[in-house]
Design a protein around this ligand. Structure first.
Ligand SMILES: Cc1ncc(COP(=O)(O)O)c(C=O)c1O
Length: 380
C-alpha cells in the first residue's frame, strides 16, 4: 500500500512547510476528519487510507513537516509526549537494559523507574552531562537504549548528544533524545548522531497551550522504527486530527516564537543574576557569561549546570508567596506557550527590549511587595 508518509512521499522541504491545497489553492490545509475510506472494486485501498487510527491525512501532513524540521527519515505523532516517550521503550526487546538521564521530566522518569521494570527492563539513571558516567553505566551487549533529555527539565542540564551517540553506538545501543526544550530551531539531534528524537509537542512545537501531543522522529528506516510505529497504532496512542491541524498552525510560527523566547530568557537570566537576592539562576548560559552569579563552576564544556532548589518548609512557602504576586507571568504548569509575554511573535530586536523588561520588572515588583509585607508582619 502506498502510504503518503514523510518517508515515501517526500516533497521538498519547502513544500512540506508551505503546502498549498491543490483543489482550492488554500494556504491553510484542510482538516480531514473521516475515520473510514471507500475500498477499490478489488477490495484494496490504493489511496493509502483504510481506517482513521493508523491513517489520517492531516496527521501525515504534520508528520511530514516535523520530519523535515528534524531532518528525519520519518516522524510519527502520538496523543501526548508521554505516549511518544513510552512507545520508544515499549518497542525494545524484552528485558533490555536502559541508561537514562537523571534530570528529566518527572513523569517519564517515574514511568521508567516504576513501569519499565514491570516489563522486564532494567533502568540506570545517570548524569548524562558526564560522559564518563554514561560510559560506565552502559553494559555492552545488554544496553539497548540510552535515553537523554537535553536540556533536562527542570534543571536544564546539557548533555553532549554527539559524544553520547558515539559511546552508545560503540556498545551496540541506540540513542533517543528528548529535545522538547531545544526544539529543532536550536538542536537537531539526528544530525548529531541520535537514532531517534522525541518531543512533547504540547510545548514549543505547538506553542499555544491548546494541544497535547507528542512526536518521535527516526534517523533511518528499520525494524526499531517499525516497532515504535506499531506500538503507536496497536496501543491506539494516536493524535486526533484536530490536534494535528492545530499543531500545523503552531509550527508555522515556531522559528520566530522560539528565537524570541530564547532572547527574552537570556535577558531575564542576565538581570536576575545581578539581583542581590538571587543566589543562582537555572539557565544553560554560554561559557564565560559576565552575569554568571556563582552558581557552580562551569563544566569542561563551559556550561554551568548547578541549581538552587526552592528549599523546604518556610523557605518554599516564601517562594510560592512571591510567585503569587507576579502579574504578567502566568503561574501555570507547562512551558513553551505564548501566554508568557516574552514569547510574542514581534520581531526579535524589538522584543528584546520591549518584552523582557516588563517580565523582569514584574518579578522585581513581586519581590518588593513580598519584602514590604514581610517587614510589616515582623514589625507587628
Ligand atoms: C521535557 C518533557 N518531555 C516530555 C513531557 C511529557 O509531555 P506531555 O505532557 O505532552 O505528555 C514533558 C511535559 O512537561 C516535558 O517537559
Amino acid at each position: 500500500m502506498n502510504r503518503p508518509t514523510a518517508g515515501n512521499h517526500a516533497p521538498s522541504r519547502r513544500k512540506r512547510l508551505g503546502l498549498v491545497e491543490p483543489t482550492t489553492k488554500a494556504v491553510v490545509p484542510p482538516l480531514h476528519l473521516a475515520t473510514t475510506f471507500v475500498r477499490d472494486p478489488d477490495n484494496q485501498y490504493r489511496a493509502g487510507y483504510a481506517y482513521g487510527r493508523p491513517d489520517n491525512a492531516t496527521t501525515r501532513h504534520a508528520e511530514a513537516v516535523l520530519a523535515a524540521l528534524e531532518e528525519a527519515h520519518e516522524a510519527a505523532l502520538f496523543g501526548s509526549g508521554m505516549a511518544a516517550a513510552t512507545a520508544i521503550v515499549l518497542a525494545l526487546p524484552p528485558s533490555s537494559h536502559i541508561v537514562a538521564s537523571q534530570v528529566m521530566y518527572w513523569a517519564f522518569r517515574h514511568w521508567l523507574a516504576n513501569e519499565a521494570p514491570r516489563r522486564g527492563h532494567r533502568v540506570d539513571f545517570v548524569d548524562s552531562a558526564d560522559l564518563a558516567a554514561v560510559s560506565a553505566a552502559i553494559k555492552p551487549g545488554s544496553t539497548k537504549l540510552v535515553y537523554v533529555e537535553t536540556p533536562g527539565n527542570p534543571l536544564w542540564t546539557i548533555s553532549d548528544i554527539g559524544a553520547v551517540a558515539e559511546v552508545a553506538h560503540a556498545a551496540g545501543a541506540r540513542l533517543a533524545v528528548d529535545s522538547t526544550v531545544a526544539t529543532p530551531v536550536f538542536t537537531r539531534p539526528l544530525r548529531l548522531g541520535a537514532d531517534m528524537v522525541m518531543h512533547s509537542a504540547s510545548k514549543y512545537l505547538n506553542g499555544h497551550s491548546d494541544v497535547i501531543a507528542g512526536v518521535v522522529a527516526a534517523a533511518r528506516p528499520g525494524e526499531a522504527w517499525e516497532r515504535v510505529k506499531t506500538m503507536r497504532t496497536q496501543f491506539g496512542a494516536v493524535i486526533g486530527p484536530f490536534e494535528a491541524w492545530l499543531l500545523l498552525r503552531g509550527l508555522r510560527t515556531l522559528d520566530v516564537r522560539v528565537k524570541t523566547q530564547a532572547a527574552s530568557a537570556m535577558l531575564i537570566a542576565a538581570r536576575l543574576a545581578q539581583h542581590e537576592q538571587v543566589a543562582s539562576v537555572l539557565y544553560p548560559g554560554p561559557p564565560g557569561a559576565s552575569w554568571s552569579c556563582g552558581c557552580g563552576a562551569p563544566n569542561e564544556r563551559g556550561i554551568r549546570r548547578d541549581a538552587v532548589h526552592p528549599g523546604q518548609g518556610r523557605r518554599k512557602r516564601r517562594h510560592r508567596h512571591r510567585g503569587a504576586k507576579v502579574r504578567l507571568w502566568k503561574r501555570a504548569t507547562s512551558l513553551g506557550g505564548v501566554r508568557e509575554p516574552g514569547s510574542s511573535t514581534a520581531p526579535r530586536s524589538r522584543v528584546r527590549a520591549r518584552h523582557a523588561r516588563p517580565i523582569y520588572c514584574d518579578f522585581r515588583s513581586a519581590w518588593r511587595i513580598l519584602t514590604i509585607s514581610r517587614a510589616i508582619s515582623t514589625r507587628r
